[in-house]
Design a protein around this ligand. Structure first.
Ligand SMILES: [Zn+2]
Length: 498
């Protein structure tokens, strides 16, 4: 950027930015979006549909244009729900295991019923990583076989080998299933251990045990017929020597090992189609030659819906992620007013089915409304708690287009310290929608305020995250949301103007 332009922008930012974000409007959107009436904004429900309609109306009222090719604000996302039924059985080494206690299963081919038995092959951590000269599938033809593996990665303290103690995407369970499908395997069974998964088996039962919402499969895409988890005690009882297998999995030169245990599966599920929407709005850039280039703000609108029972069944999701949706709407209003208009376009995308595995953003990254090659920066907003002025900003993401100086400058302008990921081994990097854009090769970040004063913020992770108590209150201090919004506005404006 030329000096004159930079000077102009800083004078402009200093004078008019504060008036462009209105905390009272943020509050009003959060109040409605997290209200009991929307019943937890679940995908495929009336509450979810009302949420998408509210977002479209709010984008229109803010002055942002419809971004879908049909002239609407909606990108249809075809989804399929697979609920595994109690009739499903799995026997390993002729021992029947108990569904929901010893194992969970789903089908990514989205079939309602089948039975099969197939050879089992142990593939260690199930990783193919040429950059680390690591191939757990070396020499294996996985077609017609069920692979058995652990989550996590070979242990490392070397930053040049699987990023040391930090978790890379190779360690995530989603990668394990994706890679097994790419290998043409019939199925994949993850053997759970507390050490390799970093969370207990009950967490697996809770998330995998309910309806599995998946992107509707296109027939040409490889998919696992069978995908599931087995508990460590059940695997040991069936004859697997877990300590020995773990030791092999972590050692250089691992090769796949056939397991001589018979397995047979009787799978039975209720399969339904459902349709959901990404909601997309556009502020066109002022420069006709640059207008395809864009800054993409994303925030998921879906949440967990209703609990089956309990005194308060509604997962209101006020922080997660009515906050992000409110900020998206307020950014739309700010960008519609900002003068001079940024040269590049601003795309505001409220995505569906994040809680089901980043599905709305994944679908968008495969069906973008503007070319992904012209995406300058994705700024994802997820879970911004109320409270006082944040001490800093956590930037989770990767720079592919030299945006790091812009991030540093925006943080400096708002007196926010830029903080590194405090627990890279926890894999926060993969847990929100920016990851879909990172995988597509874009510069993409989730920004989160840290060290936010106020009891709701400090207790959020321990007490309210993914609980019905993630609720809005009129006592919310909006300072953190206001400062955060100005930070992401400044950043997006500079990336769209440079
Ligand atoms: Zn979220």
């Amino acid at each position: 950027m030329r000096l004159a332009a930079l000077l102009f922008l800083s004078v402009f930012l200093a004078s008019s930015l504060p008036t462009l974000i209105d905390p009272a409007r943020l509050r009003a959107h959060i109040r409605f979006l997290s209200s009991d009436l929307l019943e937890g904004r679940a995908v495929g429900t009336r509450g979810g549909q009302l949420t998408a309609e509210y977002l479209a109306s709010a984008f229109a009222a803010a002055g942002a244009r419809p971004a879908a090719p049909d002239g609407s604000y909606f990108q249809t996302v075809p989804l399929t729900g697979v609920t595994t039924l109690p009739a499903t059985t799995l026997s390993l080494n002729n021992q029947p295991l108990s569904l929901g206690r010893d194992f969970v299963l789903s089908s990514f081919t989205q079939e309602a019923s089948f039975s099969l038995s197939a050879p089992l092959v142990f593939v260690g951590h199930g990783i193919r990583a040429p950059e680390f000269q690591w191939d757990d599938y070396a020499g294996l033809d996985a077609r017609g076989k069920i692979v058995v593996l652990f989550t996590g990665e070979p242990p490392s303290t070397d930053p040049a080998f699987f990023a040391g103690p930090a978790l890379t995407y190779y360690g995530r369970w989603t990668y394990k299933f994706e890679q097994a499908a790419r290998q043409g395997a019939l199925g994949a069974l993850i053997v759970h251990t507390d050490a390799t998964a970093t969370y207990p088996f009950t967490t697996v039962l809770n998330s995998f045990g309910r309806e599995s919402i998946q992107l509707t499969r296109t027939p040409s895409t490889p998919a696992l017929r069978l995908a599931g988890w087995i508990s460590a005690p059940a695997a040991s009882a069936a004859g697997l020597d877990l300590p020995a297998l773990l030791a092999r999995a972590g050692a250089r030169g691992f090769t796949p090992q056939p397991l001589s245990l018979p397995v047979s599966v009787q799978f039975s599920a209720q399969v339904r189609s459902l349709v959901s929407q990404n909601v997309a709005a556009l502020i066109p850039g002022s420069d006709s030659t640059l207008a395809q280039q864009h800054v993409l703000y994303s925030a998921h609108w879906d949440h967990l819906g209703l609990a089956p029972s309990g005194p308060d069944r509604i997962y209101n999701g006020a922080v997660d992620n009515a906050s992000g949706c409110a900020i998206l709407i307020e950014l739309a209003r700010a960008f519609a007013q900002v003068q001079p208009r940024p040269r590049r376009s601003i795309l505001l995308l409220a995505v569906t089915a994040e809680e089901s595995g980043l599905l709305g953003s994944l679908y968008y990254s495969r069906n973008p409304l503007l070319p992904l090659s012209a995406l300058e920066l994705n700024i994802n907003v997820d879970g911004i708690p109320p409270g006082g002025k944040p001490g800093g900003i956590l930037a989770l993401g990767e720079d592919k287009k030299n945006v790091t100086p812009l991030i540093a400058e925006a943080a400096r302008r708002h007196s926010l310290a830029l903080k590194p990921d405090p627990r890279p081994e926890a894999g926060l990097m993969f847990r929100s929608d920016h990851f879909s854009f990172l995988r597509a090769g874009a510069s993409a970040y989730s920004f989160n305020p840290v060290d936010v004063p106020g009891s709701f913020a400090t207790e959020y992770n321990a007490k309210h995250y993914h609980q019905p108590s993630d609720e809005y209150s009129p006592n919310w201090d909006m300072t953190s949301l206001e400062i955060y919004s100005r930070f992401v506005l400044t950043l997006g404006l500079s990336a769209a103007s440079r």
